[in-house]
Design a protein around this ligand. Sequence first.
Ligand SMILES: [Zn+2]
Length: 152
Amino acid sequence: MGDFSVKCPLCGNGDTGVVDSRLTGDSVWRRRECPKCSRRFTTYERAELEIFVVKKDGRREPYKKEKLLSGILKATEKRPIALEQINKLVESVEQQIRGRGKLEVPSTYIGDIVMRKLKRLDEVAYIRFASVYRQFKDVASFQTELKRLKQG
Ligand SMILES: [Zn+2]
């Protein structure tokens, strides 16, 4: 959480100074001033640990919210689901991941949370996500999943 250079949102100047900062819990508010247009703005930074996703074959890769989001967007394509709902879903999945307080999270853990949440949101999106995630090899395993869904 360093004092990286922040662009002025008001005039686009790339170099702004910090005039005040305040630490609250795990986040920092910084009051910044732009030397070019001399206007002030506030930034909010949250300390976030880098989390690694452990895949089924044991490989690790840094957790990326964008990747989670794109998987969910694919599953919900052309479904009557607002982007806001999708964002909320992603946020709540991320909260759960971070809430574990562990630096490594199995990909299966993330997949299961997403499936559970999608199931409540939209059945078609859920089945789409599940079919990619579970990689159904045949009709039988797909039907097993459908049965699981109905028992929910
Ligand atoms: Zn400026």
